[in-house]
Design a protein around this ligand. Structure first.
Ligand code: UD1
Length: 365
């Protein structure tokens, strides 16, 4: 009998993690995978473009929940997901990352007695004001199999009393996606399109509520970026949440009229990968970008007070700099004066899906 697995995606950062896994299932006739999209991200450039570029099959089910408060979004996903599980009766539910759908679907499965598999388990920022930290802790606590990207995650789970037999250090699926697309990304014309060919430029992404929901914090980050933008423009593919805030706080005009910024819509996976690979510096509050820049050997300044991905700092190109403009500028100047090299944390080798598949096969067949 084939192993029936329901796989869940919902928000943009889930897609590059599920893509290598869906591909690996297809190469192995032991699995019967179903793909469920919660619908949390629904704009074409936040979702369907990524399906296309990453070769992810069309979702079998779209729960279509859209936006809402955390409670509304989580509750809507739970209500819509339960009948899917009752109908399909899978052997396990696979969730990735730390978004609201990760937790919502894990809870539904656990209460129906269906084993939950969490990919990217054990990461901790130790900052419970982040909604993602709550999602991580609770998802891990109801998971049956926990796949980790780095040793710190294994240690966190051990400290929380999780049975070590259920925890597997397998590496990073996001790096599988990066490795299988980096050559293709090089053929993107995004540098020419933005007038950046053979010019230095920076790249920024911002979307965390703590950075973009407060006009003072956001304004100070923009001050620092504008200063860095004297060395070469800062490409700023703005997340929908950030665009709403830029408009609400009256910052849009400042960005559009300054030569320090190139404000663009959210970009596709391939375009963004090419921009990252050639940037002089990346400034971000994203989780995944800290990991991708480590492997690409590009300096990354993380505009947060902490990271749940410490290996990108201890072994990679990432620096945690917070949001104080003076600290951002000092870290930027230091990054410019130092040579950085691509670094490969253990098992970030493009073969993580190949390590996960046999473990799933053994656990659920
Ligand atoms: C979510 C995840 C976060 C992840 C991020 C990456 C949670 C708690 N947060 O945050 O971990 O890093 O995605 O992108 O799950 N919107 C659109 N179009 C879209 C999607 C969203 O306009 O396609 C708008 C929504 O209406 C909302 C805002 O953007 O007003 C924020 O979206 P939401 O899904 O609530 O969370 P994110 O900030 O994207």
């Amino acid at each position: 009998m084939a192993v029936r697995l329901v796989n869940v995606v919902g928000a943009r950062p889930n897609l590059m993690k599920i893509a290598p896994l869906m591909k690996a299932y297809r190469q192995n006739d032991r699995f019967e995978p179903l793909l469920v999209h919660t619908g949390q991200h629904y704009d074409a450039n936040m979702s369907s473009l990524f399906f296309e570029q990453l070769g992810i099959p069309r979702p079998d089910v779209n729960l279509g929940v859209g936006s809402g408060s955390h409670a509304e979004q989580t509750a809507a996903i739970m209500q819509a997901f339960e009948p899917v599980l009752l109908e399909y009766r899978p052997d396990a539910v696979v969730v990735v990352g730390d978004v609201n759908g990760t937790l919502a679907c894990a809870l539904v499965a656990a209460k129906l007695g269906i084993p939950v598999v969490h990919i990217e388990a054990g990461l901790r920022s130790f900052d419970r004001t982040m909604p993602e930290e709550i999602n991580r802790i609770l998802t891990d606590s109801v998971s049956h199999l926990l796949f980790c990207t780095e040793e710190s995650a294994v240690e966190n789970l051990s400290r929380e009393g999780v049975d070590p037999d259920r925890v597997h250090l397998v590496g990073n699926l996001m790096i599988d996606a990066l490795e299988s697309h980096r050559r293709l990304a090089e053929s993107s014309s995004i540098l020419e399109d933005l007038g950046l060919f053979s010019r230095p430029y920076g790249l920024t992404t911002l979307h965390r509520p703590s950075n973009v929901d407060d006009p003072v914090v956001l304004g100070r980050i923009l001050d620092a970026l504008e200063e860095i933008g004297r060395d070469g423009p800062i490409v700023f593919p703005a997340h929908p949440r950030t665009v709403q805030r830029l408009d609400a706080f009256g910052f849009r005009e400042r960005l559009s009229s300054s030569r320090a910024f190139i404000l663009v819509e959210p970009l596709g996976y391939l375009e963004f990968l090419k921009l990252m690979a050639h940037a002089m510096v990346v400034l971000t509050d994203s989780g995944g970008i800290q990991e991708e820049t480590t492997v690409l050997g590009v300096p990354c300044l993380t505009l947060r007070e902490n990271t749940e991905r410490p290996i990108t700092v201890t072994a990679g190109t990432n620096r945690i700099v917070g949001t104080d403009p003076a600290a951002i500028l000092t870290a930027y100047r230091t990054s410019r004066s130092r040579q950085v090299h691509p670094i490969r944390p253990p098992l970030w080798d493009g073969s993580t899906a190949a390590r996960i598949i046999p473990i799933l096969g053994a656990a659920y067949s």
